[in-house]
Ligand binder design. Structure first.
Ligand code: ATP
Length: 306
């Protein structure tokens, strides 16, 4: 099994009467990309701040790369990269000067800056003042700052906010490179749909507590949500399949499109029946529950359970 990089064991963090994190445990491993999802105020930023050592737990243990991140030891912090939710830079400095400033703080060779700026797509804007940058460009400068020194653990708080679709794609390309390089990447986000296929594992928190943790496949198995099967029947058969569709429970979406929600045990039977002569199928889509639907399910289950 791959080495553990972050350990959160029975951690609670209270601010007076507000319990921001309540008895959360989780381990993150090298080469793993984890999506941390939860509503506003669920505790995502607090959990990230605990991992960074910016705040200490009220009880429980946090270890990052085998050290207490709040110990103040420089070596521990140097191997951590962090992109805060709201990046703010000195607007009078250029992109290159900004990175140089952070590189000195992190004691990273200044020679790596030019490559990093190109990597995040800021090569041409490197010598312009940050004050002239768009929001997306500032976000990318923040990402470059987080990547300084090839950190082993990257904590990115809502990293794709303000990025257009093309930049989001190139952001996820960078995350994939980091993953293959063995880094642990934790991404907190509200943009659930965009995380599908990007994260190896999803951790859901709600009002400070962890309510789900697993790969998308594992969460789908636990949730047992139906899979949507959608099929398009051939033009000439649209009328003919009416009766079959009605009696076997398929909904008609439009003239040739039929849809059904299949429980995990019914999928194969429904697919067989759809492939029969009664329904001349021109095309077929099997749509598993989305991360959005799983998220709603786990939150709902918690509400239901009190
Ligand atoms: P968002 O998606 O809105 O950024 P979040 O999941 O990151 O939310 P946190 O910022 O971790 O949520 O906040 C969790 C809870 O802890 C909230 O109720 C918040 O008000 C509270 N909280 C966080 N920091 C403090 C603080 N310094 N003092 C008091 N309460 C705090």
């Amino acid at each position: 099994m791959r080495a553990e990089t972050v350990l959160v064991a029975g951690v609670t963090k209270s601010y007076g009467r507000v319990c921001a994190i309540s008895d959360v445990s989780c381990e993150l491993r090298e080469g793993e990309t984890i999506a941390l999802v939860g509503h506003n105020g669920a505790g995502k930023t607090t959990l990230i701040k605990l991992m960074l050592g910016l705040i200490r737990p009220t009880s429980g243990t946090v270890k990052v790369l085998d050290e207490d991140p709040a110990s103040g030891r420089f070596e521990a912090r140097q191997r951590l990269g962090y992109l805060p939710e709201n990046v703010s830079f000195n607007l009078a400095l250029t992109g290159r000067e900004t990175l140089a400033f952070y590189a000195r703080l992190k004691r990273v060779p200044l020679a790596s800056i030019a490559t990093l700026l190109v990597r995040v797509g800021l090569g041409e804007a490197a010598d312009r003042r940050v004050g002239t940058y768009s929001k997306g460009m500032r976000q990318r400068l923040g990402l470059a700052q987080a990547l300084l020194g090839r950190p082993r653990v990257l904590l990115l708080d809502e990293p794709t906010t303000g990025l257009d679709p093309a930049l989001r794609r190139s952001f996820y390309d960078i995350v994939a490179e980091l993953r293959s390089d063995g880094a642990t990447v934790l991404l907190s986000s509200h943009a659930l749909t965009e995380l599908e296929g990007k994260a190896d594992r999803v951790v859901i928190i709600d009002r400070g507590a962890k309510i789900a943790d697993g790969t998308l496949e594992e969460l789908r198995r636990i949730a047992q949500l139906p899979t949507r099967i959608r099929l398009r029947v051939t033009e000439d058969a649209a009328d003919r399949v009416n009766e079959w569709a009605r009696t076997s429970g398929w909904r008609r979406v439009d003239g040739h499109l039929l849809e059904i929600d299949a429980g995990p045990d019914e999928k194969i039977r429904l697919l067989r029946s759809a492939a029969s002569a009664d329904a001349p199928v021109a095309d077929l889509d099997v749509i598993p529950p989305t991360l959005d639907e799983l998220y709603a399910h786990f939150l709902g289950a918690r509400e239901g359970g009190g």
